[in-house]
Design a protein around this ligand. Structure first.
Ligand code: HEC
Ligand code: HEC
Length: 343
């Protein structure tokens, strides 16, 4: 009661402040600030698990040719991506899609552009045998390499206490997943959602307003500004005509074989999007303004002016967070007694 009276008085004397508060209130209905750690009841985040996952994330020796770690395609210097249109894995094999950042990925409802991985743990486990990723012919080969490194035997034992044979593909996934659950990147937009109305500049606020009123939020919402649903790319016109994609990816259709899933992809998180070009599942678009223009056109049937594009980009800039400290450098890895296979 007191509060609303206060707001009414404020609105009479400071209309701009009231408007800003209205925008904040609206934003709070749609988005949430990042948590400190992206905890999961299925995979408690413990210091021993995170230390092991951190080491494994940066270790290339477990891959088929000894050159590929998670960090090859999810690099600290490139905000958890590789800067390529499509990633290159073991034996220079081309990945069919673009590498999204690993930051805040644990909050998404599924992993991969087509949602064919359940969560970060499942993703990490399957990467071991993915032909264009680590390329191991089977899990036994990967586990044999891990078991031959005495330091890892000890780290797995500490991370999974009381387990008789802790070096398993599942525990590899749990350890890396626990590490990924610490890779949160709080940004100016989080400070704004928590009430610091000065955290966004006027340009970014104008962009947020448009992002809401033009309908981007129908798909890009929640804590990750995306990452919560599957949607068709190209609602109003074929996406490849707008992006200039040379190959046409059928998206989730190739996973489910359901005609309703033709050209359907996971809505990506837009956190750190300014730092992770090129854009879209095939890396076909080089700049963020161009990606924003294409989205407005093919998803919403709206042709944006230059000012509208730069306002929305200013809002997206406010989603760039700080690099997690435990991601900036590779940890020192336990020495291996074997020579990895020749690339
Ligand atoms: C050869 C490059 C490469 C390697 C190595 C690699 N990734 Fe990726 N990663 C990708 C690509 C490409 C995708 C998107 C794949 C897709 O959607 O089809 C991806 C997707 C992901 C995602 C899902 C992100 C999202 O928004 O859906 C996570 C999480 C991830 N990788 C973590 C890892 C971890 C952990 C490792 C090591 C175990 C790893 N990656 C190894 C290239 C790579
Ligand atoms: C109907 C759902 C929908 C709407 C509305 C929508 N998007 Fe998207 N957005 C998607 C999907 C799906 C993708 C992934 C497309 C792909 O690459 O396959 C995407 C991708 C993006 C990307 C590229 C992200 C990356 O990492 O490559 C940006 C930027 C983006 N959207 C911004 C916007 C903006 C700005 C608006 C409003 C003008 C908007 N989107 C409206 C569903 C939507």
């Amino acid at each position: 009661m007191k509060h609303s009276l206060c707001a009414a008085v404020l609105a009479i004397f400071f209309p701009a402040a009231a408007q800003a508060d209205a925008l904040l209130n609206q934003a709070r209905q749609i988005f949430q600030p990042l948590p400190a750690v992206m905890a999961s009841p299925d995979n408690p985040v413990t210091p021993a698990k995170v230390a092991l996952g951190h080491a494994l994330f940066f270790d290339p020796r477990i891959s088929l040719d000894g050159t590929v770690s998670c960090a090859r395609c999810h690099q600290p210097a490139l905000y958890g991506t590789d800067g390529l249109a499509k990633s290159i894995g073991v034996k220079d094999r081309l990945n069919p899609r673009n590498a999204p950042t690993v930051f805040n990925a644990a909050l998404e409802f599924a992993a991969h552009w087509r949602g064919d991985r359940k969560n970060v743990e499942d993703q990490a486990t399957q990467a071991l045998v993915g032909p264009p990723s680590f390329g191991e012919p089977g899990y036994e080969a990967a586990m044999a390499k891990l078991k031959s490194i005495p330091g890892y035997k000890e780290m797995f034992a500490q991370a999974f206490p009381g387990v008789s044979n802790p070096v398993t593909p599942q525990n590899w996934g749990l350890a890396i997943g626990a590490y990924e659950r610490t890779l949160v990147t709080p940004a100016p937009f989080d400070a704004y959602l928590k009430g610091d109305t000065k955290a966004l500049n006027p340009r970014a606020k104008a962009g947020l307003q448009k992002f809401i009123s033009y309908g981007c939020i129908a798909c890009h919402n929640g804590v990750d500004v995306g990452g919560g649903s599957f949607q068709k790319f190209g609602v109003l016109e074929d996406y490849w005509k707008a992006t200039g994609s040379r190959e046409i990816d059928k998206g989730r259709f190739d996973v489910t074989h359901n005609p309703a899933d033709l050209y359907v992809f996971k809505v990506p998180s837009l956190r750190n999007v300014a730092m992770t070009p090129p854009y879209f599942h095939d890396g076909s678009v080089a700049t963020l303004p161009q990606a924003v223009r294409i989205m407005a056109k093919v998803q919403l049937g709206r042709t944006l002016t230059d000012t509208e594009v730069s306002d929305i980009v200013a809002f997206l800039d406010s989603l760039t967070g700080k690099l997690p400290k435990n991601f900036m450098a590779s940890p020192v890895l336990p020495p291996a007694p074997f020579t990895p296979a020749k690339p």
